[in-house]
Write a protein that binds this ligand. Sequence first.
Ligand code: SF4
Ligand code: SF4
Length: 367
Amino acid sequence: MKMTAPAPVGLLAELTHRCPLGCPYCSNPLALEGRDGELTTDEWKRVFSEAAALGVLQVHLSGGEPLSRRDLTEIVSHCASLGLYTNLITSGIGMNGKLAKALAYAGLDHVQLSIQDADAASADKIAGYAGAFAKKREVAALITAEGFPLTVNAVIHRANATRAGAMLDMAVALGARRVEIAHVQYYGWAVPNRGQLMPSRAAAEAAVAEVERKKHELAGTIVVDHVVPDYHARLPKACMSGWGRRTLNITPQGKALPCHAAETIEHLTFWNVRDKSLADIWFESPAFNAYRGTAWMNETCRTCERRDIDHGGCRCQALALAGDAAATDPVCHKSPHHARLAEILASDMETASAPYHYRRVPARSLA
Ligand code: SF4
Ligand code: SF4
């Protein structure tokens, strides 16, 4: 085996794409993988065993909604037996007191609970699920009663930007120790909903300022991780901390991806954990090696002092906005496509009041 990169530290397992909610900014792909063909319990156990042997320290059990998997406690127990730190990323729908106890007994380490808004009616509308807001309050109480450290995840967009600070207060009220509050990233379902989700520049700047103000106000009470909006920035984020550098994603049917949106880069072929070992995929697969290091970069990024800080930004965004996955991320002010962002912002205002395209798995897959 040829060592071409350090071992990964994190693995995000999309245990299923089934989810009762329909968030219009969901990062899952538009072509959702149905229940038929999902990795079995034994296949997931093998993946986690291989991950631990490879050097992975943390696994993020995600989806879709991971509580839709009836074998979740068995999977958690297996990961715990391997010494992996386990983080459950959930909408909360499907959680109850018995399951929370079972997950604690199985060795689950941490829970991340998503909220859609601090206003109940708006939250339920964004989730496309009546009663989601009330259920999340109940679930937060169950989680903290079991002693799990709780992180609240909140996504900022046009419909809730004026309540960014209120969502931080809500996270405190729910008993969270940490909150991840991020502006929508335009992948997956957020692309067809971009006009409905994109706040104006003024609204985005006001939300950023409010979160930063509250972050200082709440210091010592809750840790606030704040991800600022891409389309209004001059420098790109270090997407995935660099392609194939620290983490990998596994889809419900076993495809290994360097990031959750990587399948939008259609010329790449993603190896499947059913056919290859995780070590082979990480070190040897062409897709994981495609944008590692700096050799693939164009002159603008390769000669830039930030090339080892942001790794040239996001490959999927470069493809979506510049038509070339190896281009400088157009969020960067040095990109010749940077002006395209202003054009998109202006054109998106025209579809701002259109209804959401809710993310839905085909009904027959929800059973
Ligand atoms: S973002 Fe919403 S729809 Fe997507 S998996 Fe999470 S809870 Fe479900
Ligand atoms: S030129 Fe490339 S490396 Fe430099 S800041 Fe822009 S995206 Fe990052």
